[in-house]
Write a protein that binds this ligand. Structure first.
Ligand code: AMP
Ligand code: FE
Ligand code: FE
Ligand code: ZN
Length: 292
């Protein structure tokens, strides 16, 4: 038996991945993972289905990726994604804020689709939203799929480059949660937070802002992520050591909405144990046989 393989960042169709939660945990097992977290954007709706489908030998970590904004750099707003794990999903403040974010996501995606239609593109905003059930977290990858169906692009990546990225003319921002508020809510719900892909692309926060977040109550930082080059990983590793942050590694799997396979990046078992040791809001599930 080799070393434990742990992937702490994946998405299902419950947000903007392409596989059901059951398919995600099955893919995790096929990839030889021992531990997988489901971290759909702004929702915990996939947890139960993942637990019910959990293959033997796999440990499931309940999580979410929260859409936040940091104003630590001189008031300059910077988008921050916060991975949250092992929190109580019934915490009222958290439930209310996640619902607000999901409605915001729908309004915003509809507005982006209307901008496209107004510009003469063959996109029907109501139809795009109609394909997304109830208050599920609508995201730009769903609009990317509509652009593919309309024959305007052939891949999700092309859709982002030509139409969906900020600066392409169709972009509409969202009102995200102040990152301090999100850290407070997750800590109050017994969970832990990890700064997701801090250096992914576009505007990123300063090292000083990460230090301020560590001071504020952030638990970890995602060092190994497909969008981080070797230099970035070295910078984040140094920062994490200096600040006492837990270092994680994850694939940020989105099924076929991205090209990265599940398990492409992994977290050290000691780092995972450190996260579990600090959390008390919910439990991991082992083998689908109940809380472990
Ligand atoms: P949104 O949540 O609506 O702001 O859209 C952001 C999401 O789009 C991210 O969570 C990724 O899943 C996805 N995404 C962003 N850039 C790209 C890209 N270049 N290719 C594929 N997916 C992307
Ligand atoms: Fe996503
Ligand atoms: Fe993210
Ligand atoms: Zn993600």
């Amino acid at each position: 038996m080799g070393a434990m393989r742990i992937d702490l960042h994946t998405h299902s169709v419950v947000s903007d991945g392409t596989e059901t939660p059951g398919e995600v945990v099955a893919a995790a097992a096929r990839a030889g993972l021992d531990v997988v977290a489901l971290t759909d954007h702004d929702t915990t709706a996939g947890w139960m289905a993942a637990v019910e489908a959990l293959p033997t030998g796999l440990t499931f970590v309940p999580g979410a990726e929260l859409s936040c904004v940091s104003s630590f750099d001189g008031g300059r707003p910077v988008s921050v994604h916060l991975l949250a794990y092992l929190f109580d999903p019934t915490s009222p403040a958290l439930v209310a804020e996640q619902r607000r974010l999901r409605l915001e996501r729908r309004t915003r995606l509809h507005a982006m689709a209307v901008r496209m239609a107004d510009d003469g593109l063959p996109i029907d905003a109501d139809e795009v939203l109609g394909l997304l059930p109830g208050d599920s977290p609508a995201g730009r990858p769903h609009l990317a799929q509509a652009l593919i169906r309309a024959g305007l692009v052939s891949t999700v990546a092309e859709a982002f480059a030509r139409y969906l990225n900020a600066g392409r003319g169709y972009y509409v921002p969202r009102r995200e949660t102040p990152v301090e508020t999100a850290i407070d809510m997750i800590n109050a719900a017994g969970g832990v937070t990890v700064f997701a892909h801090p250096r992914r692309h576009g505007r990123t926060v300063s090292a000083e802002a990460i230090a301020a977040l560590a001071e504020y109550g952030l638990t970890g930082v995602e060092v190994d992520h497909p969008d981080h080059d070797a230099e970035t990983r070295a910078e984040l590793r140094g920062l994490a050591r200096e600040l006492g942050l837990v270092q994680t590694g994850s694939s940020d799997y989105h099924g076929t909405n991205k090209t990265i396979p599940i398990g492409a990046e992994t977290t050290d078992p000691e780092a995972f144990e450190a996260l579990v040791g600090k959390a008390s809001g919910s439990q991991v599930t082992v083998n689908g046989l109940g809380p472990g």
